[in-house]
Design a protein around this ligand. Structure first.
Ligand code: ATP
Length: 265
C-alpha cells in the first residue's frame, strides 16, 4: 500500500517522483505532556498534493500544528527542504516557507480583502506582482477587494484565506478543512484551487479534508490517521479503490484491523 504508483494525480510533473519537500519522521505531539499523535511518518513533494484523512479527533489538526511549528513536537523530526523546522508563532510561519490556512480562516474581519492581502506581505519582498498572481488564480476575489472580509460569503472568505496564505510564496501550503460549513457547489470550486497552487506556484500542499472522495480525486497520495497513528497510506488511486478500508479506519482500530486482514492475500 505504501509503494507509490507511477504518474499519480496531483503532482507537478506526472510520471516523475516530486522532489521531497516535507519530511516528517516519528512525529509525536500533543498537549500538556500527553501525546495525541504518535510516531507519524509523512512526506510531501514539491508540487505534490497530499491528503491527511481521519475521523474527528484523530489528531489531524495536531499533526498540522506540529508540522508548522505552532506546537513543539514531543518526539521525531520535521524537515522542510532538508532543514529542521523549529517552533514559532503563527505570524512568523512564512520564514520557514510554510503557510497555514487554519480551519478558522483567521482573517481580519474589519479589514477589506485588499487590506488582508496587504497585511500578509512580507515587508519589501513581494508587491503588486504577488497580488496580481493571486487574483489570477482566484478571480472571484477581484470584486471583493474593497469589501470587508467579515462581509464576504463563506466561500469568498476561504478564497481570501488561501490567497493570503499565498502572498508569501510558501513552498509548503498546509490547509485544514477548508470546506467546513460550505455548500457542495462552493467546495467543488474551491478544492481544485489547490491543484492550481501546486501546479502554478510549485508548492507542496498538505490538506485535511472531510470530503474524502473529492480530495482523493485531487491528491497524489493520502495518509489516514486513527487515534493519532497512521493506519493507512497510499496513492490516491489505490485508496479510491479501497474506500471500505478508509471507512473502516474512521470507525476504530478493530474494524481497521479486520478490513486490513481481509485485504491481505
Ligand atoms: P477534527 O476533525 O474534529 O478537527 P482532528 O483530527 O483535527 O479532529 P485534533 O484537533 O488534532 O483532531 O484533536 C485530537 C485530540 O487532541 C482530541 O482529543 C482533542 O480533544 C485534543 N486536543 C486538540 N487541541 C487540544 C488542545 N489545545 N489542548 C488539549 N487537547 C487538545
Amino acid at each position: 500500500m505504501s509503494t507509490p504508483e507511477a504518474a499519480p494525480a496531483g503532482t507537478a510533473s506526472a510520471g516523475t517522483a516530486p522532489a521531497r519537500l516535507l519530511a516528517v519522521r516519528g512525529l509525536t505531539a500533543g498537549y500538556n505532556g500527553l501525546a495525541v499523535v504518535r510516531d507519524v511518518d509523512l512526506t510531501v513533494g514539491a508540487g505534490e498534493i497530499v491528503a491527511l484523512l481521519g475521523a474527528n479527533g484523530a489528531g489531524k489538526t495536531t499533526t498540522l500544528s506540529a508540522i508548522a511549528g505552532l506546537i513543539r513536537p514531543m518526539g521525531g523530526t520535521v524537515e522542510v527542504a532538508g532543514v529542521a523546522n523549529g517552533t514559532r508563532p503563527a505570524h512568523r510561519l512564512a520564514r520557514s516557507g510554510i503557510a497555514l490556512v487554519p480551519e478558522s480562516r483567521a482573517l481580519f474581519s474589519e479589514l477589506t480583502t485588499r487590506e488582508n492581502l496587504r497585511v500578509a506581505r512580507r515587508r519589501g519582498s513581494e508587491g503588486a506582482d504577488a497580488q496580481d498572481r493571486i487574483l489570477d488564480l482566484l478571480p472571484e476575489l477581484k470584486k471583493c477587494l474593497d469589501r470587508k472580509a467579515g462581509m464576504l460569503s463563506g466561500g469568498e472568505q476561504q478564497m481570501l484565506a488561501v490567497g493570503r496564505a499565498l502572498v508569501g510564496r510558501p513552498r509548503l501550503l498546509i490547509v485544514d478543512e477548508m470546506s467546513l460549513g460550505l455548500a457542495p457547489v462552493v467546495v467543488d470550486r474551491l478544492l481544485p484551487v489547490l491543484g492550481d497552487v501546486a501546479r502554478e506556484f510549485g508548492a507542496g500542499v498538505l490538506v485535511v479534508e472531510q470530503h474524502v472522495a473529492l480530495v482523493l480525486e485531487l491528491a497524489a497520495r493520502a495518509y489516514v490517521l486513527a487515534h493519532g497513528r497512521v493506519v493507512l497510506e497510499g496513492t490516491a488511486a489505490q485508496l479510491r479503490t479501497d474506500t471500505d478500508l478508509i471507512t473502516a479506519s474512521y470507525f476504530g482500530d478493530a474494524a481497521t484491523a479486520e478490513a486490513l486482514e481481509a485485504e491481505t492475500p
